[in-house]
Write a protein that binds this ligand. Structure first.
Ligand SMILES: Cc1cc2nc3c(=O)[nH]c(=O)nc-3n(C[C@H](O)[C@H](O)[C@H](O)COP(=O)(O)OP(=O)(O)OC[C@H]3O[C@@H](n4cnc5c(N)ncnc54)[C@H](O)[C@@H]3O)c2cc1C
Length: 459
């Protein structure tokens, strides 16, 4: 029996699902949003927001420790983990309250419970069935592990557990040098832990331009964050005080905790997707560029589909689906044009193609690059940060990619996004006067230099 019939039934209330719900409601659709935990999903409760609160606390710890460099006398007494967690949870709770208020003000019906797809137009929750003219799958992702690596939540943990720790561990091994791994490594190091990252690929943040990875590695080394690159996990055993992790090749590393940060897998098993005819690929729901699945009445968004696992990508996909269903004109998302930020210290931010991708697409002789050292940027010197803004462009043509490393450079990627997505020429950006002294000048100066008229260039 169908209990409720609406325009849109959304399964999963994370970034992708709730963004779709909000936009659809705004466009006049009746919406049911089914969520088994808390609206806001991973990003708000176990991802973007709590980790960035920890990173901000970590920045303050570093500032307190290093204040003498700025002529300020403070005494760093340590990390009050309960206090840090209260601050982090306070941020999450305030945002959660705001989000639930917005959702209810748009008259979205939130259903608490675990849903299962039972037909091309219906989701079942317990004994109730919710029928929609259309269904959106947005069940998100979970922290993956490796074969033979059991997560116990105590010594072998994922990011979910790491966010709930009630202490600063003396030592941590981080398995995986991607975004999540390096962010936690950065926090724990600032909080005083001994940190070792093990990454199977040749560099940290391996999806970034190699130059960014190398700059990050240089600063991490300076910060005392150890890392082993090109090394594969072989096994883990419990010791009296923690874990001993062995790597292929024989090396063994002991630490109090092992954080497993080897990627996130889609949540799709046992939810009825295949039975209803939704095409899948290794657990991900397959979609076209409009987020349409193989079943005409079903769309899918967010970490559940094989697009970049970022909250703002989920927002964008959710909005796209809502607008398509409302028969508004929509354009596919240009995924390389979506900005990416890793919020460790120093931050790594990028948009567009890496040098390697540009060379592959256009040929080495057609690609120009320029690296502007933050040593020439006044505000970066005031902050005492090092790093660079690297541009990748077509020779005598538009900018294809911007890659940045340095404290706070995440805030610069919004301008870089406009440059890349509007296919600006370096000479056009060079015309724009940037405010002094800001880090945004480094973006302007990089374009001045690529346009052949460098101002404060340092090498
Ligand atoms: C530690 C960490 C840090 C991150 N930091 C960032 C960052 O800084 N910036 C960024 O852009 N991204 C970040 N991300 C990624 C970001 O959180 C995800 O890309 C985003 O949350 C994906 O949104 P989603 O809606 O697809 O899935 P989710 O947010 O995971 O939401 C899915 C929702 O569906 C619910 N659900 C699942 N199955 C069912 C079911 N059967 N019935 C009912 N409900 C169900 C879940 O409870 C969940 O609430 C981070 C992730 C992690 C883990």
């Amino acid at each position: 029996m169908v209990d409720t019939s609406v325009d849109l039934v959304i399964l999963g209330g994370g970034s992708g699902g709730y963004a779709c719900a909000l936009r659809a409601a705004e466009l006049g659709m009746s919406v049911v949003l089914i969520e088994k935990d808390k609206v806001g999903g991973t990003c708000l409760h176990r991802g973007c927001i709590p980790t960035k609160a920890l990173l901000h606390a970590a920045e303050l710890a570093d500032a307190a420790r290093e204040s003498e460099k700025f002529g300020i006398k403070t005494t760093f007494e340590g990390i009050d983990v309960a206090g840090v967690n209260a601050y982090k949870d306070g941020v999450v709770n305030r945002l959660y309250k705001g989000l639930t208020g917005t959702v209810s003000s748009r008259k979205i019906q939130v259903v608490a419970g675990k849903g299962r797809l039972v037909s091309p137009t219906a989701v079942q929750v317990g004994d109730s069935t919710f029928q929609g003219r259309h269904v959106v799958l947005a069940t998100g992702s979970y922290a993956r592990s490796l074969p033979g690596l059991d997560i116990d939540g105590e010594r072998v943990i994922t990011s979910d557990h790491a966010l709930e720790l009630d202490r600063v561990p003396a030592s941590v091994m981080v398995l995986g040098g991607g975004v999540i791994g390096v962010e936690f490594a950065s926090v724990w190091r600032s909080f005083g832990a001994e940190v070792t990252i093990v990454e199977a690929l040749p560099h940290l943040v391996p999806l970034e331009d190699e130059a960014s990875s190398k700059l990050l590695e240089r600063v991490f080394r300076r910060r005392g964050i150890k890392f082993t690159l090109g090394a594969r996990f072989a096994g883990v055993e419990r010791t009296g005080t923690g874990v001993r992790v062995s790597l292929e090749g024989g090396e063994a590393i002991e630490s109090e905790l092992l954080l497993v940060a080897v990627g996130r897998g889609p949540i799709s098993a046992g939810l009825g997707f295949e039975a209803v005819g939704v095409s899948m690929d290794r657990g991900f729901v397959s979609v076209d560029e409009y987020c349409r699945t193989s079943v005409p009445t079903i769309s899918a968004v967010g970490d559940l589909i094989p697009t970049p696992q970022l909250a703002h990508v989920g927002f964008g996909e959710g909005i796209l689906v809502a607008e398509r269903l409302a028969e508004l004109p929509v354009v596919p998302i240009d995924y390389p044009g979506v900005p990416r930020v890793t919020y460790c210290e120093p931050e790594v931010a990028s948009v567009g193609l890496t040098e390697a991708q540009a060379v592959e697409k256009y040929g080495a002789d057609k690609v120009a690059t320029l690296s502007y050292n933050l040593g020439g940027n006044g505000k970066s010197q005031i902050l005492r940060t090092s790093g660079a803004v690297k541009l990748v462009a077509v020779k005598d043509g538009p900018v294809l990619g911007v890659h940045m490393v340095g404290s706070r450079v995440g805030e610069l990627v919004a301008e870089a996004q406009l440059i890349v997505n509007w296919e600006a020429l370096p000479s056009e950006v060079a015309q724009l006067i940037h405010p002094h002294p800001t880090q945004s000048e480094a973006v302007g100066e990089a374009h001045l230099a690529l346009a052949g008229k460098p101002l404060h260039a340092h090498n």
